[in-house]
Ligand binder design. Structure first.
Ligand SMILES: [Zn+2]
Length: 255
């Protein structure tokens, strides 16, 4: 783990301030192969939940950094079309952040490239309906695991060879920078475009383990269920009374 980047918001903010002194920090849609001789493309793949992405965008906004947030429409753990997430995504888009499609090609099985492109367009339509703007950029979900690297005409592709190679790309996947020192790595951006990928779910106020990060996700989800069912279901209300679902499930003190 980097000395400076320890998965806290504080360290992220100071890293971005440093990055801005090295080269322009831009969302993928602003990258121009011909013109951007030096820049830092900043990208976020939203794998688990939109709320941490929304919070990270607020951090970036504090110092005027704009990036791309890639959103799944096929996730099991969040729904971009829920009323709350629609509001968050629209606010991020209106605040100058790019919303892109995080595409998981394994969802559809063995299909042709043309069929895959039509799936991409269908998923983009879902996000476009939310933000009221065309989707310009696509990143792939878990390509190094499934080994598929399709590229889609008409879009900025995060896995284009010129911005995706070991020498110009750094990711925080699995909370590990793969031997790269982020502070040193971004110095390359004085001479060439580089791409940074940070997964919002892994970042928080304090440096958390996955166990604590997922605990917070489940805690927030349980509060949502509680509020929704207490409003809409009298049997649930009678069963839980004033007790919170979280406390009913996990005895107080054992969390
Ligand atoms: Zn992903």
């Amino acid at each position: 783990m980097s000395k400076h980047l320890d998965f806290t918001y504080t360290s992220y903010l100071s890293f971005l301030k440093y990055a801005k002194t090295i080269a322009p920090v831009i969302p993928l849609k602003e990258y121009n192969y011909q013109e951007n001789k030096n820049c830092i493309i900043l990208r976020h793949d939203v794998d688990i939940d939109i709320y941490p992405a929304y919070k990270l965008a607020k951090i970036e906004n504090k110092i005027g950094v704009k990036s791309t947030y890639f959103i799944l429409t096929t996730s099991h753990t969040y729904n971009p079309q829920s009323p709350l997430n629609r509001t968050r995504l629209l606010e991020m888009c209106n605040g100058g952040f790019e919303i892109g499609l995080h595409f998981d090609p394994t969802v559809y099985g063995d299909i042709s490239h043309d069929e895959m492109l039509s799936k991409v367009r269908a998923e983009c339509n879902i996000l476009e309906d939310i933000i009221g703007e065309p989707i310009r950029s696509i990143s792939l979900h878990n390509p190094s695991i499934h080994g598929m690297f399709p590229s889609f005409d008409g879009y900025f592709n995060a896995y284009s060879p010129n911005i995706f190679s070991d020498s110009v790309y750094m990711s925080d996947s699995c909370m590990n920078f793969r031997g790269k020192d982020p502070d040193e790595f971004i110095k390359k951006a004085t001479e060439m475009p580089i791409q940074l990928l940070f997964h919002p779910f892994q970042w928080s106020e304090v440096s958390n383990s996955y166990k604590d990060l997922f605990k917070e996700y489940l805690f927030n989800l349980s509060n949502y269920i509680d509020e929704y069912f207490k409003t809409n279901n009298y049997q649930y209300r009678n069963t839980l009374k004033n007790e919170k679902l979280w406390d009913a499930l996990f005895e107080k003190g054992i969390k």
